[in-house]
Design a protein around this ligand. Sequence first.
Ligand SMILES: Nc1ncnc2c1ncn2[C@@H]1O[C@H](COP(=O)(O)OP(=O)(O)OP(=O)(O)O)[C@@H](O)[C@H]1O
Ligand SMILES: [Mg+2]
Length: 262
Amino acid sequence: MSNNRNRVVVRTEDLRKDLKMGEVTVRAVRGVSLEVMAGEFLGIIGPSGSGKSTLLGLIGGLDTPTSGRVYIDGEDITDLSERALTRVRNEKIGFVFQFFNLVPTLTALENVALPVQFARNRQFNPTRRAQELLEMLGLGDRMKHRPSQLSGGQQQRVALARALANNPPLLLCDEPTGNLDSESSDVVMRALRTVQEQMNTTVILVTHNMDVAAQMDRLITLVDGHIAEDIDARSTAQLEAIRLLREKRKTGELPAVAVTNE
Ligand SMILES: Nc1ncnc2c1ncn2[C@@H]1O[C@H](COP(=O)(O)OP(=O)(O)OP(=O)(O)O)[C@@H](O)[C@H]1O
Ligand SMILES: [Mg+2]
């Protein structure tokens, strides 16, 4: 697997999901076509009930679409058997949810080592891999602690380390800071950024928190199950910066020399 930033890690084609509740059918996802590249830091926002979690579940192979296709790291996972999907999830996708779901009787180290022990194609020494990830996420001195002995932000970083244990190209996060105060939320967001920068992991993150959303490089807004907006937040910020520099030059606050390569 290359770390090429031009590699498409997630592709969906006209993805749809109808959910039946007795007589009523909810069209939770209504034709989502999306491409996400290696190393992208993508946020998904939108009102409650707009289909964010459903879409994430389809991308992660936790759920099968009513129609449309899903490709993960070049592989069409749409019609895979449950067994084959389990393999894709274990090898290619890390999941982080609002509630940390750590094993309460295991230490941080053991929680992170677990998925490495269970991997079919084991790439790492479980204990060494767990140590390395926990150190990277600033938990080097908390490895022997059990979940109940850790703060919320620390538990979520353990959950993040566990999700990364088998070095998946894709990390899916549903409200990862939803259960955290703003300080712990910042710690977890910094940890995610470290992961994206050091491991070139593609991150797709659903959030209601606009402070969190503002840190993403690209932002998709879901409304009624479809993409209402898809913005490159990085170039938007760059454009904003350039506009500001231009204004300052006009007002004489900055010298009239080219400071950007416009
Ligand atoms: N298992 C289900 N059976 C029937 N309808 C469902 C089911 N799960 C979700 N829905 C409906 O599908 C729509 C999308 O739900 P989804 O959970 O994806 O929304 P969301 O954007 O994640 O919302 P939130 O921000 O509240 O988490 C909603 O209208 C919801 O009521
Ligand atoms: Mg949701």
